[in-house]
Write a protein that binds this ligand. Sequence first.
Ligand code: PMP
Length: 417
Amino acid sequence: ARAAYAAARPRSAAQHERAREVLPGGNTRSVLIYGPFPTAMTRGQDCRLWDLDGHAYLDLCGEYTAGLFGHSEPRIHRVLHATLEEGINLAAVGQGEERLARLLCGRFPSLAQVRFTNSGTEANLMALAAARAFTGRGTTMVMRGGYHGGVLTFPASGTNAATLPLPFVHAAYNDSDEAARLARAHAGDLAAVVVEPMLGSGGCIPAQPGFLAALRALADETGAVLIFDEVMTSRMSGGGMQARLGITPDMTTLGKYVGGGMSFGAFGGRADIMAQFDTTLPHAGTFNNNVLTMAAGGVAMGEIFTPEAAEALFQRGEALRARLNEIGRQAGVPLGFTGLGSMMTAHFRQPLPDRPYAASPAEEALRELFFFDMLAAGIYLARRGMVALSLPVGEPEMDRFVAAVGEFAESRAALLR
Ligand code: PMP
């Protein structure tokens, strides 16, 4: 599969070889560094992509959840063109900033106030800074398998040399007892507990509601700031996973699609915590109120991804995941999808994981095979087997994916068993 992939993409291969001279790994996103070389795309329209070698794909990667609106949403294009006409980089307060802030504070239960950044990574860094300043404490509890940005990556097993040298205590995801033990052991210095309501890049593994409720109670008990990283999960309802579950954190971080496809991040929360930015805490950033992001985000959240649209997308994803999981069951092979709503990840084990795990070499080989087989079928996913539906993905596209997964389960049955 790997050889066939390479043979069909000489231009992507050449592009990769050239780029490696000036870009370690050949490009500037770790997630796109995989062997033998990543596919280079040239164009996107609605939920379709075309690569440098002329192949067309159904885009189910959805730019790792940032591509919620597809590649050519007309209302977003219109507002971006109109905004460009008025000039970019105005070095001043604009109008889009307040509009987007009001939209978000009106929707996410935890957001009394919000501030904008250029990425989810920055949003999490600023939320941590806010929590540490607010509590006057230093330690942050994170989850093994959690991802909050390049310098805030916490592998399921082992440590990560590139993580910021802040005092972190690492807890096991979905293990309330361990979280309680660690929180109490560090209670005097616990500034924050940061958690994704569903592990996103960690394999679309949802938090058990009891786990998040336990973290809420532990934060109350210890005085730590509970931060939900909803950079990926905010799409699960009009008000994110927090609204779906009825569990309100003290702070929330956002990113990805909320800026209508432009570079985006945001952090916000309780008024008393956010008030620090009115007085003592600095949060400068040349592009914090980038007019293109603010304009696109306002239209995206105000007119397109309404709470009703969010609910409909969630239900479409649930129905798709149920169909996909039927395939593995019917074929009697360990192929299944975890996730929630419009986000899901393929796993090659049964029962499906409810916690992060170290995949075996055999599982890794199947994951790679699945990725290349899907590409051969004209379907573009994240290399790790993650799907993030975008709004233009309709029933015919989902049927096509179900058929391709069915074909994979059949043609690769011997390897899967
Ligand atoms: N938090 C989560 C949960 C994420 O999935 C990501 C990005 N994959 C980030 C934070 C970082 O966002 P960004 O890539 O915009 O820095």
